[in-house]
Design a protein around this ligand. Structure first.
Ligand code: NAD
Length: 422
């Protein structure tokens, strides 16, 4: 089966459209992005040479409001990936009921190979190139893989210089001092926790003591790990692109692991006791190193793909031992793998629900910018919790009533909302 994310996105759309007997014109609008933009961004490197980077922005659909979705900086970014990610944003924004359409963008680059100054020049060049097609009421980007609050602040500043006036709401995920919202950095991880909690309640399962393995320890994975641990779950494995650690009794000090990853550049070997994190603690903790993908096939209750697409494929789906998959990454499960998980009765909390907390708080940030308001973090989290629980319950109820998976139900709930708006 095809692992192309755009092909998969279309298959998901067609399944839900068939179930709803969607009007052919409405379907045609969703089968094709409204606009696809490809730009060249030439920048001066620190050594004086010139390099040109390729950038994309896909504006999938704006039936429900301005296009909204992140920017990804990664060597493997390509048009089909960005199209799929933009489509998933349309569905996610409808599901979590924020007044946005779907968009996504990216640059083909390995940001780890650029200096800070080069990264800034690249981002400013990208903002300049996209200035004619983005804007607070048109298209509002945000952070995604390898992009962060600092990059959003550069983007905002360069965009404002281009248009000659203030426009804080042109991007979300900004630093607080540059118009960001309290709680945006934590939002995707925390939203995942709220969604999981709501689904566990519906399934009648107690979160206390459930073991969890997480693939990907960036923004999303690291906050999610902390919130799940706080809720009484046991984080037993963490991995990043270079490898990971597995401690069956539980990884206690997530802050120490994060510090160790920052210092060494990888999680593998980060066995922490007190402030000492190294391999000498591995045996004492009863742990061992794992490969990046091994986190997904460990004997645990819950696995969390929180890295990139196509992490769960037909090659490893059969080896999954967990009873729940919490999809924090976008598109982590291929079509073939999804069929295997369904057949095994594994509950998949789908990406468009699980990771919608990021865009929910992005909406709160955009709203505060437009309305010139500043909400406290507690207020943001209360609103986030309400949004995530409402969406999770709607999805669960449709799935139960129609005897379909949570993913199938999520698409039906989202598509119904889009259809009403068209
Ligand atoms: P990030 O760049 O902060 O972190 C990504 C992490 O994944 C890093 O730890 C990296 O080492 C790891 N990784 C990459 N390839 C891997 C592999 N093969 N195996 C194991 N680990 C690997 O990115 P992020 O913002 O945390 O995003 C992670 C996922 O969540 C992406 O799919 C993104 O689209 C999705 N997402 C992010 C947000 C957000 O607010 N940041 C919102 C919704 C969805």
């Amino acid at each position: 089966m095809n692992d192309n994310p755009w092909t998969r996105a279309l298959a998901q759309l067609h399944a839900a459209a068939d179930a709803l007997k969607l009007d052919p014109l409405e379907l045609a609008r969703l089968e094709n992005p409204d606009r696809v933009v490809e730009v060249s961004v030439p920048i001066c490197m620190d050594d004086g040479s010139a390099r040109v980077f390729q950038g994309f922005r896909v504006q999938h659909n704006n039936i429900r409001g301005p296009y909204k979705g992140g920017f990804r900086y990664h060597p493997k970014v390509d048009m089909d990936e960005v199209k799929a990610l933009a489509f998933w944003m349309t569905m996610k924004n409808a599901l979590v009921d924020v007044p946005f359409g779907g968009g996504k963008g990216g640059i083909v680059v390995d940001p780890k190979k650029l200096s800070e100054k080069e990264l800034e020049r690249l981002t400013r060049g990208f903002a300049k190139a996209l200035a004619p097609v983005v804007g607070p009421y048109v298209d509002v980007p945000a952070p995604d893989v390898n992009t962060n609050a600092k990059i959003m602040a550069w983007f905002r500043d360069a965009y404002e210089k281009e248009i000659g006036k203030k426009a804080p709401a042109v991007v979300t995920g900004k630093p607080i001092e540059s118009g960001g919202s309290q709680g945006r950095t934590e939002a995707t991880g925390l939203g995942g926790h709220y969604a999981l909690e709501a689904i566990l309640e519906k399934l009648g399962r107690n979160p206390e003591g459930l073991s969890v393995a997480i693939q990907g320890f960036g923004n999303v994975g690291s906050y999610l790990a902390r919130y799940l641990q706080k809720a009484g779950m046991k984080i037993v494995a963490l991995s990043d692109s270079k490898g990971g650690i597995y401690i069956p009794d539980g990884i206690q000090d997530l802050d120490a692991v994060e510090q160790c990853k920052k210092k060494s550049g990888h999680i593998a070997g980060c066995y922490c006791i007190g402030s000492v994190c190294d391999l000498s603690n591995m045996e004492k903790l009863g742990g061992h190193d794992i490969s990046p993908d091994e986190a997904l096939t460990l004997p645990v209750d819950i696995i969390v793909p929180a890295a990139l697409e196509n992490a769960i494929t037909e090659k490893n789906a059969g080896d999954i031992k967990a009873s729940i998959v919490l999809e924090m990454a976008n598109g982590p499960t291929t079509e073939a793998a999804d069929a295997i998980l369904k057949q095994k009765g594994i509950v998949v909390v789908p990406d468009i629900l699980a990771n919608a907390g990021g865009v929910a708080v992005s909406y709160f940030e955009w709203y505060q910018n437009i309305e010139k308001k500043k909400w406290k973090k507690d207020e943001v989290f209360v609103k986030l919790k309400r949004k995530m629980r409402t969406a999770a319950k709607a999805v669960y109820d449709v799935s139960k009533a129609q005897k379909i998976t949570l993913r199938e139900a999520a698409y039906i709930v989202a598509l119904k909302r889009l259809s009403k708006n068209s």
